[in-house]
Write a protein that binds this ligand. Structure first.
Ligand code: URA
Length: 264
C-alpha cells in the first residue's frame, strides 16, 4: 500500500512538474493523440497565443483547441520522464556515499526498453565514467545481452545504488533506502515488460524475498506486476564460471517470456 501511494505521489509529482514547465513556457493543454511505446519522436510544441496563457489547463475553450491541435502525446516521453527523475536526484547528498563519489551513475540505454537490467552499485570504472556496467562485469553483461539477441542500446541498465560504495563494499541499508525511490521511479517511467535482477541486492529489493540468490535465481517473481527474473551478478559469474550455465538458463527463460509477449 505504501509502495502504491509512493508510486502515485511520484507520478503526480512528475506530471505536475511537466505541466508547470509547459505552463511556464506558455504551452497549452494535452493531446488526444495515442502515444505508441517505442515509436516516434517527441514533437516540439508551438508556443501558445499570449491571450491563452492565464491558466490554460482550466479553460475549456483552450482545452478544446489543444485537443484539436494534437500537439503532444498525453504523457511525457519516457526519455523526458527519466530526465525529470535525474533532475530530482540532482547533486544527491541523501547518503554518505556522496562524499566519495566521482559521478552519480544513473542509468543508460533505451528509455522505453522492454527489458531492464538492475545491478547492485557502480564500481571504480563506472564511478570514473558515469555509466553502469562498463568494467569487467559490464563486459560480461554486454555479452549476456548480445547472447539474448539484443544490444545495450535496446535495453535499459541501472543499479539499485547510484554512487560507488568505498572499496566496492556491500551497500548499507541506509544507502539502499536513500536510493530505492529513484530506482522505483526509473522503473515507473521506463515501464519494462521484464526486469532481470542481477545479484542479491537487486533481487531482494525487487522481489521482497530475502532468500539466498542461489535459491532465488531462476524463479520468476513480480515487482508491481512486472515479471522479475533474479539471476547471478556478472561479477559473481567472473569469479565462479561454473554458475554461467544456470545464468544462461535464466536468460533463456526471459527470452521465452519476451517471445510469448510478442517481443522478439
Ligand atoms: N556492478 C554493478 O552492480 N553495477 C555496475 O554498474 C558495475 C558493477
Amino acid at each position: 500500500m505504501d509502495d502504491l501511494q509512493g508510486e502515485l505521489r511520484a507520478l503526480v509529482a512528475g506530471v505536475r512538474t511537466h505541466l508547470e514547465a509547459r505552463a511556464r513556457a506558455g504551452l497549452v493543454g494535452v493531446s488526444k493523440a495515442p502515444c505508441p511505446r517505442g515509436k516516434g519522436t517527441v514533437q516540439v510544441d508551438a508556443p501558445a497565443a499570449p491571450a491563452a496563457a492565464a491558466h490554460p489547463l482550466t479553460e475549456p475553450a483552450d482545452l478544446e483547441t489543444a485537443f484539436a491541435a494534437d500537439s503532444e502525446p498525453p504523457f511525457p516521453h519516457a526519455g523526458h520522464g527519466l530526465t525529470l527523475v535525474r533532475a530530482e536526484l540532482g547533486d544527491c547528498q541523501r547518503c554518505k556515499l556522496a562524499q566519495g563519489r566521482r559521478h552519480i551513475v544513473f542509468g543508460t540505454g533505451n528509455p522505453e526498453a522492454h527489458l531492464m537490467f538492475v545491478g547492485e552499485a557502480p564500481g571504480a570504472d563506472e564511478d570514473e565514467q558515469g555509466e553502469p556496467f562498463v568494467g569487467a562485469a559490464g563486459q560480461l553483461l554486454t555479452k549476456m545481452i548480445q547472447a539474448m539477441q539484443r544490444t545495450r542500446d535496446d535495453v535499459y541498465i541501472c543499479n539499485v545504488i547510484k554512487c560507488r560504495p568505498p572499496g566496492n563494499r556491500d551497500p548499507e541499508p541506509d544507502e539502499v533506502a536513500a536510493c530505492e525511490p529513484f530506482l522505483k521511479k526509473q522503473i515507473a517511467v521506463v515501464q519494462p515488460r521484464v526486469i532481470v535482477a542481477l545479484g542479491k541486492f537487486a533481487a531482494h529489493l525487487l522481489t521482497g524475498e530475502h532468500t539466498p540468490i542461489t535459491r532465488l535465481r531462476g524463479n520468476l517473481k513480480h515487482y508491481q506486476g512486472i515479471p522479475v527474473m533474479p539471476t547471478y551478478h556478472p561479477a559473481y559469474l567472473l569469479r565462479d564460471e561454473s554458475r554461467k550455465r544456470e545464468a544462461w538458463h535464466d536468460l533463456k527463460e526471459v527470452m521465452a517470456l519476451l517471445r510469448h509477449m510478442g517481443l522478439t
